[in-house]
Design a protein around this ligand. Structure first.
Ligand SMILES: Cc1cc2nc3c(=O)[nH]c(=O)nc-3n(C[C@H](O)[C@H](O)[C@H](O)COP(=O)(O)O)c2cc1C
Length: 187
């Protein structure tokens, strides 16, 4: 069994849809089990019981949602002290409005989240560009769901982005299964 914890925050449902697509991807891998939780609900035990983590956030003011950061600072910092997450895998996904065409802060959102998980000694799973639907919302850091057009009309994330998120979750689950019990950083 390979357990992947999907953690996310969402106000308007786009990141949540991506989290649900990720859970579908995890459960589609033989032996894969998704545990899906909102950031406010996550406990240290959820983290330590997992073989990997998928973290998802809306872009808020050019960076990650405060609930995701609070979870990292409260739940994960103790695990950093205790070296509990070393060698597990992590992947990320994000949703942003994209006002103006570019989507201010999406890459910083990915980097901020993944930087925090690298501190925990976790191995980042990227999203390779040959992944189907990559051109519809792929960054090498993970899938990006744009939920609005350039005028801020909110249409939600596309089916292609949800498929890409599902696929990213398959990659994360396979990586976690391959690395499970390998004690990479043991003496
Ligand atoms: C407080 C706040 C700040 C936001 N800041 C940004 C931003 O800096 N860049 C961006 O692309 N979208 C920004 N957005 C738009 C959201 O990222 C976007 O609507 C996202 O899809 C929401 O995800 P959700 O449906 O899971 O809540 C912001 C939204 C809110 C509520």
């Amino acid at each position: 069994m390979t357990t992947i914890l999907v953690v996310y925050a969402s106000d308007y449902g786009s990141t949540e849809k991506m989290a649900l697509a990720a859970a579908e991807g995890i459960n589609s891998v033989p032996g894969g089990v998704a545990v899906i939780k909102k950031a406010e609900e996550v406990t240290a035990e959820d983290m330590t019981a997992s073989d990997g983590v998928l973290i998802g956030s809306p872009v808020h003011m050019g960076s990650m949602d405060w609930r995701v950061k609070k979870m990292i600072d409260t739940v994960c910092s103790g695990l950093w002290m205790q070296n509990k997450m070393n060698g597990k895998v992590v992947g990320a996904f994000a949703s942003g409005g994209g006002f103006g065409g570019g989507g201010g802060g999406v890459e910083l959102t990915f980097l901020a989240m993944l930087n925090n998980f690298a501190e925990l000694g976790m191995l980042i799973v990227p999203l390779p560009k040959m992944t189907p639907d990559y051109k519809k919302g792929g960054l090498h850091w993970g899938p990006y769901g744009r939920s609005a057009d350039e005028d801020m009309n909110h249409g939600g994330v596309s089916a292609e982005v949800l498929a890409l998120t599902k696929r990213h979750a398959v990659h994360v689950t396979r990586a976690a299964a391959a690395l499970k019990d390998q004690a990479l950083f043991a003496d």
